[in-house]
Design a protein around this ligand. Structure first.
Ligand code: BGC
Length: 604
């Protein structure tokens, strides 16, 4: 995996649709006293909570029952000691019990009867009582009763949220039959725990022992993806079971009628990882790679997945990370130029989508890189067009996918809690002009993926598509995590406040200081199907010296902590990689320990 930071383009940010449509949550209604008079301001709020022992996720929707506004500010008081920790789609501030959630820079306009949705992860102790009153721009949303559902309490936050409540907006209303294609494959299901990865984690935890070992052990039951990273992975190797082995194990993990969702990563295009070396693959465009990709890779996968025995499973396919993004930014490099001129990426993806979409219990999610790669409007817009053209070349057109995934195997945070507004001015400069952001208006994945969603829907894709974010390694906790931003220059302010502690956003290999991110979560925000763990934590991103292998993988200097990258790759900074890493995909003990220690939320 390569996560290419591309040269900054000093252009204004892409305009995106500003209204964020609320999910139709049934619970928690506070309705304004209903005078229909012209200037009447009013609002209704839904506030739903998913909670565990000490933490919770709240999803909030506000519907403006009054005149259109160009900015919104929703306020409430907590009843207890709740603390907002990490939010999305709003800018949060909390003083004591009082909370204000203001529109993000990309979503201020809220028309009459329009709804904005946002949410946050919070902490609490004792009882997590629901706020009883809300206001919108200072006007109380009063006149109704607040009732909020507290869904099934997961036993621990490290497990995927299991089964989601009937109030989940995207969830099915009746029990789907095996093979049925549901709206959100994560809703109401249990995430597959890969026994091979889980065993590695458990063994490492037992060998480590002590407090850290105990924390490591708690991660072992998390759902992670299965990477089909070469033809041999389909049948399995001496160290990892094959696709049928995983599907059989997934069937055996079902219990009590709750379906299992298993995630596979389809990752073997010819000229794979064309802008880097660490994850180069076995197939080459110049060596009949596309034909082999179809017949030796996609066809066998599709044939196994169509086995009726696996119809009860929900199979999420993450399709070809980094490939289309490389065609947007890296065709100055020979291997990428060849991928483009031969059409192997687009045709390979079209073939994969056609074969996989034809299987009703398979869900296709296409990779959209991450905010630090495609965030500039000069990359963002062309990428949306390329995706649309690629989809139009498939049999089912724009319906051949179920959604998109951002930050696969990357380290970019969901939000930058101390830098919520890229347009904030410090010392006369906007935050996005800081050296770290290079005029990229997207600092984090929630605003980026939300903007991508809006752009895709505006381009004609179905509004039912859902976004995923790989949160396996974007936690950035530990003692280096800043709790605020300060400074009189824009660089000082950004560097003091950003939770992304990378030396440069273009760094992508085995990042020092990173931590496990938010555990897999179902429907965390409007238009997001889930936060997922695709890159299995503890598996290396790549090695800096040549290690013999039969997978096509090379030595990548971006994995060498003493190497300064190029201006284009990472502004000439050091790589920030941990030393002595094994080949990409292999177990990297030192990295796993650091990820657990720097987890955010912490592993408890
Ligand atoms: C590697 C794959 C590996 C995957 C998950 C990728 O970077 O190239 O071989 O399966 O990461 O660890």
């Amino acid at each position: 995996m390569k996560s290419e930071f591309w040269s900054a383009r000093r252009k204004s940010r892409l305009a995106v649709a500003s209204s964020v449509t609320a999910a139709a949550v049934v619970a928690g209604l506070v309705v304004a006293g209903g005078s229909p008079a012209v200037a009447a301001a009013g609002c209704k709020v839904t506030y739903t909570v998913n909670q565990w022992d000490t933490g919770f996720t709240a999803n909030v929707s506000v519907t403006n029952l009054g005149d259109a506004v160009s900015n919104w500010d929703v306020q409430w008081d907590f009843a207890g000691n709740q603390q907002v920790q990490q939010g999305w789609s709003a800018t949060f501030s909390q003083s004591g019990k009082h909370v204000s959630a203001k529109n993000p820079s990309w979503g201020g306009a809220l028309g009459s009867n329009a709804t904005a949705s946002f949410g946050f992860n919070g902490s609490y102790s004792g009882t997590n009582a629901i706020p009883t009153a809300f206001s919108l721009n200072g006007v109380n949303c009063d006149g109704g009763t607040t009732t909020t559902t507290t869904p099934t309490t997961p036993t621990t936050p490290t497990t995927p949220t299991t089964p989601t409540t009937p109030t989940t907006p995207t969830g099915p209303t009746t029990t789907p039959q095996p093979g049925t294609h549901v709206e959100n494959p994560y809703a109401g299901s249990k995430g597959y725990v890969n026994p091979d990865w889980s065993a590695e984690v458990s063994a490492a935890a037992a060998a480590k022992g002590g407090t850290l070992g105990a924390q490591m052990a708690k991660v072992a039951n998390t759902s992670t993806a299965v990477w089909l990273d070469r033809i041999a992975a389909i049948d399995g190797t001496s160290s990892a079971r094959g696709l049928r082995g995983h599907l059989d194990a997934a069937l055996s993990q079902a219990s009590g009628g709750t379906p299992v969702t298993i995630q596979i990563v389809v990752y073997d295009l010819p000229n794979r990882d064309c802008a880097a070396l660490a994850s180069n693959g076995e197939l080459k465009a110049s060596e009949n790679g596309l034909a082999r990709y179809k017949s030796e890779y996609i066809d066998p996968i599709a044939s196994i997945l169509s086995d009726a025995k696996y119809a009860p499973l929900r199979i999420v396919a993450v399709v070809e990370p980094d490939s289309l993004p490389n065609l947007i930014t890296n065709t100055s490099m020979a291997t990428c130029a060849e991928a483009q001129s031969t059409g192997v990426y687009t045709q390979g993806i079209q073939y994969a989508l056609n074969k996989l979409h034809a299987i009703s219990n398979v869900y296709n999610y296409l990779d959209i890189a991450h905010s630090a790669w495609l965030g500039w409007d000069s990359n963002f817009g062309p990428f949306v067009n390329l995706v649309k053209q690629t989809l139009q070349g498939t049999t089912a057109g724009v319906n051949s996918i179920d959604g998109f995934i951002s930050s696969t195997a990357n380290y970019t945070p969901l939000t930058e809690p101390n830098l919520p507004d890229p347009n904030l001015t410090v010392g006369g400069q906007q935050l996005k002009s800081a050296t770290f952001y290079q005029w990229n208006p997207y600092f984090a994945e929630v605003p980026f993926a939300t903007a991508m969603y809006n752009a895709f829907v505006a381009a004609g894709l179905p509004s039912g598509i859902g976004m995923l974010v790989d949160t396996s390694r974007n936690g950035w906790g530990g003692s280096a995590r800043p709790t605020g931003a300060s400074g009189s220059t824009v660089d000082a302010y950004v560097n003091s406040g950003r939770i992304d502690r990378r030396l440069h956003r273009g760094n992508w290999c085995n990042q020092s200081g990173a931590g496990l991110g938010v555990r897999p979560t179902v429907a965390p925000a409007a238009h997001f199907d889930a936060y997922v763990w695709i890159k299995p934590p503890g598996e290396s991103d790549g090695a800096s010296s040549q290690i013999p292998n039969d997978e096509g993988k090379g030595a990548d200097p971006m994995c060498d902590p003493t190497f300064h990258g190029s201006q284009q790759a990472n502004g000439g900074n050091l790589t920030g990689a941990l030393p002595n890493a094994p080949l990409s995909g292999k177990w990297f003990e030192a990295q796993f320990e650091e990820l657990v220690q720097n987890a955010y939320p912490p592993v408890q």
